[in-house]
Design a protein around this ligand. Sequence first.
Ligand code: F6P
Ligand code: MN
Length: 361
Amino acid sequence: MNNTSPTSLLDEALQRHLAGMDPDAALALRETLCAVARACVRISDVASLGVLADAHGLAGASHVHGEEQKRLDLIADDLMAASLEGCRHVAAWASEEHEQPHVSHAHGAQGSHLVVFDPLDGSSNIEANISIGTIFSVLPHRYRGMAPGAADFMQPGHQQIAAGYVLYGPATLMVLTCRRGVLVFGLDRRGDAPQWVLTYDNVRIAEHTREFAINASNQRFWEKPIQRYVAECVAGDSGPRMKDFNMRWVASMVAEVHRIMTRGGVFLYPRDTREPRKPGRLRLMVEAAPMALLVEQAGGRATNGTSELLDLVPDTLHQRVPVILGSKDEIDRIVSYHADPSENVSWQLFKTRSLFVQPQA
Ligand code: F6P
Ligand code: MN
């Protein structure tokens, strides 16, 4: 790799980071991650040009979830596919934009990795020039010698070899885990060629927080444990938590998770009763599982309320799940609310219990 490649510094950093790993496995992982990172440089270019690159607006089609696809969704998807096709270690990939996985023409049987991705997360924010992202996950291709099918992708999140996201915000950042903690790379465009430069090598999510993120317009559809948690946060200083909370909602999961990486917090897209056949909005394989690995590697926790997200075995490529992740103390609390149905009471009741009565000044 020459030094004008946008991934030469990334590759050097990964060489150091993966020291001690089986050399062939480490080389394969570096090459796969560099293929993803190269595609994301191109996505960042197009995203930053926006309307100048004719990248805004609807594409005129819908994907498997029935949502309208944006032009940038499809451009990002094509850029990822082209880059992965060129990587000898990638046997197949699955994208949020396609019903079925795509087997690499050249490397389908021999590649050691399956890559799963959401090419453009937070699409509703594209035209508003609000942060968007790409989410990716690397799984093992367990049956080398055979081209993988959809069933080969049905692996629980704890099997992921690596996971990450790229945030296209004021800065373009890649946040990555290879199960050895969480690294952050910034895309430095000051030289002749853009470069991914390591900026943090051990991200830790604050255990305590006073910040939560949820789409409150769905409140009437939430289940009781979530009603209780949010009511207690909103009650603030005068409720059982005896402290004020702040609320945020960007509507780009990548941006929400990145805020949690930097200063702690909780992100909830819980189960709701809007559409009983859809137990959540977010997709297990392209969103929940990779974010769960990142969050856990940074010392946080990720659950659907009753099970760890990393333990869920997908039934289908596009399965949706409730997602609750972030600072460990808060997630422990939310899990305890789910575990104890008798506790599903309004926070006002707690005012009467001595344990929760605010000390008199
Ligand atoms: O990819 C789904 C997504 O765009 C997430 O990035 C984001 O967290 C969520 O949907 C936003 O949902 P809503 O439209 O309900 O605010
Ligand atoms: Mn998404």
